[in-house]
Structure formats: C-alpha cells, structure tokens
Design a binder for this molecule. Structure first.
Ligand code: XIL
Length: 376
C-alpha cells in the first residue's frame, strides 16, 4: 500500500523509545479470548504460524491487548523495525524496538519476523541522498550489517525487500524507488545475496500488496511477482518466502480464490514458502449496522483463509494489528458523512477490519482465524 507515515505513527515510534520490558507486569488485567488457537500455549512447531503486527509500547502495560499478543506465535514490528526507525541518524543505530520485541517473544516462546530491511516508504533521508549520489552498494551492506548479525538466531526470518512491484508506473514492473534508481532493477536480488551473507541461517523474504483480486492490476502484479521469483531462483540467489500482504478492501469486491490458489501453487512450485503477512480489511460503508459490517469483514477474511487452509505452502498468517483502535486503517478510511464531522475514533465510526474491536471484544473475523488456526 502506498501511504504516508501518519503523525500518530511517528509520535508512537518516538514515545516507544525509552520504554523497557521491565515495566511489564505479570498476569492479564482481564481475560480476553486469545487470538488464534489456544494462545496460552503457543505452538512454535505447528505447521502454520499465526501472529500479528505489534508496537513496542503495546508490550509494556498489562492490558487485554497484551494478553492477546501473548497468544500469538509470530510477532512482526508494525513499523518500528524499519530503517528510519532504527537509524534515523546515520551511524547511530537504535536497537530498543527490536530488542523489546525480541525479549518479549523469547519470554513467551514466540518467533519474530524482521520487517523490513528495504522499503522506500521508511528509508531515512540521509540514506536516500547517500544512495542516489554515491550509488555505492556499501550503504546497503552497512545497513544490513547493523541488524542481521545482531539478531541472528533470534530473528529467523526477514522481509528483505518490501513493496518492489509497480506494473502501472514502474520500470519493467519495478517500482521507481531510491533503490531502483541507484542500483537498477537487480537491487532485489543483490539485497537477498547481501542478507544471506550476513545471516546464512535466516529465511529471506520479499513482500508485496494487491495480489489477491481478479482485476487487471492485481493480475499484472501476480505475473510480475512470478517472473521476479523465477529470475531470482534461476540465478541461484537465496529466496525462501514470498509475502502476500493481504490488505483486503471491500470496495474491490471478493478476492478470486482460484487465482490466489493458483498463484500460491506457482510460487510453491518454484520452491518458496508463502506467507499472508499483513491481513486486515478496509471497509467501504461504515453506515451499515455493526453486525452486518462485521459479517462482511469476516467474509472477506474467510475468503482468503479458505485458500490458506487448502494450501500447505502457506506457512504463516499475520494480521496487521489485533485491535481496531490501533489499526493503521483508521487513517485510510473512505470519507463518510460521519467522518467529515469528527475523527473516526471519536465519533465511533472506526474501521472494523481486525479480529478485535476497540474494547478487545472478538469479532467474527477472530472466529474465522481461530477456525483455520485450529487446523494448523
Ligand atoms: C504501516 C503501519 O501500519 C502504519 O501505522 C505506519 O504509519 C505506516 O506503515 N504495508 C506495509 C506496512 O508493509 O509496513 C504498513 O504499515 C502498511 C502497508
């Protein structure tokens, strides 16, 4: 998804900085259903992992949300793991966010996915300048070297490149990014090579959006992803996983289950595991009765989860947050009559595209996830 980082998001990055997990207390404040499966006993060896994007500040206070996070098997930093959050000033990496998430995960028997090493949207300005002027791969090497060796064995999989495809305005299917301008379209393959050298044990991944619907744009993007994976594999470059973000949008209608299934099978045939990396649902009509809205959201998620359930190549499902209150989708809502009058959160017109509502009450989407998790 293309977007600008919200002010709320940046403030939260900064607010999270000084916190430590020593502040976290023991038991949950109240009982909420654990996310996906019997969360109290995460099953890290299960065939398919379920998890969520988290923010370090959510791991501190003893809240129902924290209880739900403890039930996840896989944690992904929502945006605190990006280059600009780790190394805002050149040569001054700050590890507090990844450390906090890794410490929490270790304590609760969970896995962590690094997100992400390269993503245009959250590349610090100094790095953009350095890459565009110097065109020196050493900038990438230095960046990867700040993270991969430090977390080797703790972060066992990394999204190396996030959102590299653009079949509408790109260059031969590649998004015109700083990386693409500085190093050419081969940067994706080179980034995978560099990551592999720095942590040969890590599973390496590329991740993108708009790959699920039956429309010309998604169709072209699927084709481009398959071509890219084919080229990477043919060159012998290590690539273990492909992530389908799974940001579903009700205005686009239903996803194409046959197309998604075929896409996953094609990827799997090339020897890559598939992950649903950022599942959530953007609503199109907030004025309907809540029960109807929740049913439509669950139906959209279920469409994708049905495919997941059938495809053994899908090794993990991650939702992009757990509670609607903290979902990035609140900033992406279509403008409604209500939203014009006040902010969505204040006027009770939040997007309801995650498993739990603002009060951490599970919704039908939660049940859909639990059903497929029970099969894992
Ligand atoms: C989003 C976060 O959810 C926001 O809070 C933040 O302001 C920007 O990033 N694709 C991605 C994620 O890979 O990192 C994005 O997350 C959503 C789109």
């Amino acid at each position: 998804m293309l977007f600008t980082v919200s002010r709320r998001g940046l403030l939260s990055v900064m607010a999270a900085a000084p916190m430590t997990l020593a502040m976290a207390s023991a038991g949950p404040a109240e009982t909420v259903p654990t996310p996906f499966g019997d969360g109290a006993v995460p099953k890290p060896q299960a065939a398919r992992l379920f998890g969520a994007a988290v923010r370090p500040d959510q791991l501190v206070d003893d809240t129902p949300l924290l209880h739900a996070i403890r039930g996840c098997q896989l944690l992904v930093p929502e945006y605190h793991g990006q280059w600009s959050a780790v190394e805002w000033r050149r040569g001054n990496p700050w590890y507090g966010n990844y450390d906090a998430i890794c410490d929490f995960a270790d304590k609760h028997g969970q896995q962590v996915r690094g997100h992400s090493l390269i993503w245009e949207q959250m590349t610090p300005d100094w790095a953009r300048c350095e890459m565009l002027h110097g065109k020196d791969w050493a900038t990438i090497e230095r960046h990867f070297a700040t993270l991969l060796p430090r977390y080797s064995g703790r972060i066992r999989e990394w999204i190396v490149v996030n959102e590299m495809i653009d079949t509408e305005h790109g260059d031969r299917g590649f998004r015109r990014t700083t990386f693409q301008r500085a190093y050419g379209n081969d940067y994706v393959r080179r980034a995978l090579e560099t990551a592999h050298v720095l942590d040969p044990q890590a599973k390496l991944m590329i991740n993108d959006y708009s790959l699920c619907y039956d429309n010309p744009v998604d169709e072209a993007r699927r084709t481009q992803m398959l071509r890219l994976v084919e080229r990477i594999k043919a060159s012998g470059t290590p690539l273990d996983m492909v992530g389908l973000q799974g940001h579903l949008e009700l205005r686009k209608g239903r996803i194409s289950q046959p197309k998604v299934a075929r896409f996953i099978q094609d990827l799997s045939a090339m020897g890559v595991e598939v992950a649903i990396t950022e599942l959530d649902v953007l609503e199109d009509d907030l004025d309907r009765p809540v029960a109807e809205r929740d049913a439509r959201v669950a139906e959209a998620a279920q469409d994708l989860l049905d495919v997941v359930a059938d495809q053994t190549a899908v090794g993990s499902v991650v939702t992009w947050g757990l509670s609607d209150t903290q979902s990035w989708l609140q900033d992406r809502l279509p403008v409604t009559k209500a939203a014009q009058a006040c902010s969505p959160v204040d006027c009770g017109k939040m997007n309801r595209g995650l498993p739990f509502d603002g009060e951490m009450q599970p919704k039908p989407m939660h049940a859909a996830l639990q059903r497929v998790a029970a099969m894992a």
